[in-house]
Design a protein around this ligand. Structure first.
Ligand SMILES: [Zn+2]
Length: 143
């Protein structure tokens, strides 16, 4: 990581502190374009927005998919105070963003939480009803 990239990562940590000061979980992220300029910044707002999806990484992935060309998105880096969760990692993959740099790992974050507070996956069942479920999908991806 370059000195300039460390500065961008420190800014993401600053945004995390701002999120906490504003009554939200302590996470912040930003996007740096191909030339290193900051394109957008976000803070977690899941409590004040009463929105479980209001993670800064997800908000920035949605912004990037909407506002950037695929070429610029691919050359854009997300700097984030913590490794993106599964929800945000999925959105980042769909956004076309080219790279993610994070400070805390998910494991390090879990180490900072009280035991027993990790999220657990809901039980899932499937696949089922393949012959019916494939009908609306067939051909869609080759149109
Ligand atoms: Zn997330």
């Amino acid at each position: 990581m370059t000195h300039d990239e460390e500065k961008l990562l420190r800014r993401a940590i600053e945004l995390a502190a701002q999120a906490r000061a504003g009554g939200n979980p302590p996470f912040g992220s930003l996007l740096a374009g191909p030339d290193g300029a900051v394109l957008a910044e976000e803070r977690n707002s899941s409590l004040t927005d009463r929105d479980i999806t209001a993670h800064p990484e997800l908000k920035l992935a949605r912004w990037a998919a909407r506002e950037l060309t695929p070429e610029v998105a691919a050359a854009t880096t997300m700097f984030t105070s913590c490794q993106p969760c599964g929800m945000c990692a999925g959105a980042i993959a769909r956004s076309g963003l080219g790279r993610v740099v994070y400070a805390l790992s998910g494991e390090q974050l879990d180490g900072l939480k009280p035991p027993g507070t990790a999220f657990t996956d809901a039980p899932a069942e499937g696949p089922a009803l393949y012959e019916e479920a494939r009908v609306p999908v067939e051909g869609y991806y080759s149109e």
